[in-house]
Design a protein around this ligand. Structure first.
Ligand code: NAP
Ligand code: F7E
Length: 329
């Protein structure tokens, strides 16, 4: 029997690596698009998922995507590539729009040309985001909640989200969009708040640092584990009909709660002497609070998160302590 084939953009990122592992375990032949002439994260892919077939490509370069599709001949395409750091998106709004927004159109158009007169033969997943809800118009947020993005990143994701819906409706593509709330792991980039906190706490625990500098401690997020969330991506593409799904835990916590849990795990209850706030880490427009309603995903996909927030924070602190002890970073 021939193996199903998947092509992943953003394979060097947190989700790309977990998704590649999941698909390989399910017996897929996995292909990944990697950008840049000497991308240091290429090694990570070689280390963690050496079976992945690598293709050079960039979301801003349609011919590179067409070439990757021709070489990989995928049954499923997962579009995870993006400039994904919200704070950075204000500093590089045009670049973020080109990659995170227009890059989705470029990928969809490459796929439409690739599939010719049978547009439904390759299934497509778009990595949409809870950042699209921004200044929330309803709580909890669900698939039908009005979108009100608050950053160039959020606006770009809205463009990609509606383009995905438009290609589904215009051309009959099997294109689904996962509106994923924040999901984290020991592989999370160090610029994001969870990993910034767990790495600093691990350093403080080992006597390698004595300060953690943060921005807004009052913002609230619905945080889940990335390993659980990539399963939902795969489930969406196994449905007969394409659709859009919110993926979330339904529980929200503040940055303050995150810091509490991380320090408690190393035995520190009063962390005030270690934590300083700095305006530098505040955003021009904040998304104050997010919490998702994943009822549709639970009912139609049978998806549920397995790791809760306290367990996730402990997992991340432990992984950072172990990595620091082993001298990895
Ligand atoms: P991530 O770790 O930041 O990974 C982003 C990936 O996109 C990296 O592989 C990066 O490659 C790639 N990329 C950047 N610019 C590119 C370009 N011009 N062409 C092709 N690829 C490019 O993000 P993540 O957390 O895994 O998230 C995966 C996707 O889900 C992203 O689209 C993100 O916006 C979205 N999302 C994430 C969350 C979350 O909480 N994690 C929630 C909702 C939605 P390099 O390694 O070369 O930079
Ligand atoms: O910020 C606050 C910050 O950068 C979370 C991306 O994956 O999830 C992510 O976007 C909150 C914000 O993630 C610091 O102001 C306080 O309120 O970890 P973050 P994000 O902006 O929610 C969504 C769903 C995505 O789609 C994105 O791609 O934490 N915060 N102090 C801080 N944030 C950071 N990064 N650093 C701080 O020092």
């Amino acid at each position: 029997m021939t193996k199903p084939r998947a092509l992943i953009t953003g394979i060097t990122g947190q989700d790309g690596l977990y998704l590649a592992e999941l698909l390989l375990a399910k017996g897929y032949e996995v292909h990944g698009v990697i950008r840049g002439q000497n991308n240091p994260r290429r090694e990570l892919v070689e280390q963690l998922v050496p079976q992945v077939h690598q293709h050079n490509g960039d979301l801003t370069d349609m011919s590179s995507l067409m070439r990757a599709l021709t070489e990989a001949q995928p049954d499923e395409v997962y579009n995870l590539g993006a400039i994904s750091f919200v704070a950075y998106s204000w500093e590089n709004a045009a670049l973020t729009s080109d990659v995170t927004g227009k890059g989705v159109l470029t990928m969809l158009e490459a796929l439409r040309l690739h599939t010719g007169d049978d547009p439904g033969r390759v299934r497509f997943y778009q990595a949409s985001s809870s950042e699209m809800f921004g200044k929330v118009q309803e709580t909890p947020q669900r698939e039908t909640t009005l979108l009100w993005p608050r950053s160039p990143y959020g606006v770009s994701k809205v463009f990609g989200h509606y383009m995905t819906i438009n290609y589904r409706e215009s051309y009959g593509m099997h294109a689904s969009s996962g509106i994923l709330f924040n999901h984290e792991s020991p592989r999370r980039g160090e610029e994001f708040v969870t990993r910034k906190v767990t790495k600093a706490v691990a350093k403080i625990h080992l006597g390698l640092a004595d300060e953690l500098v943060l921005g807004n401690l009052d913002a609230r997020r619905d945080w889940g584990f990335a390993g659980d969330y990539v399963e939902a991506m795969w489930l969406m593409l196994q449905q007969d009909e394409p659709d859009d799904y919110v993926i979330a835990t339904g529980v929200s916590h503040s940055i303050h709660d995150l810091v509490d849990l991380a320090f408690a795990h190393i035995g520190i209850d009063d962390w005030s002497r270690f934590v300083r706030q700095d305006e530098r880490f505040r955003r021009p427009a904040e998304v104050d609070t997010l919490v998702g309603d994943a009822t549709k995903a639970r009912e139609r996909l049978g998806w549920e998160p397995k790791v809760d927030f306290p367990a996730l924070v402990r997992m991340m602190v432990d992984a950072d302590v172990e990595a620091l002890k082993a001298g990895w970073k």
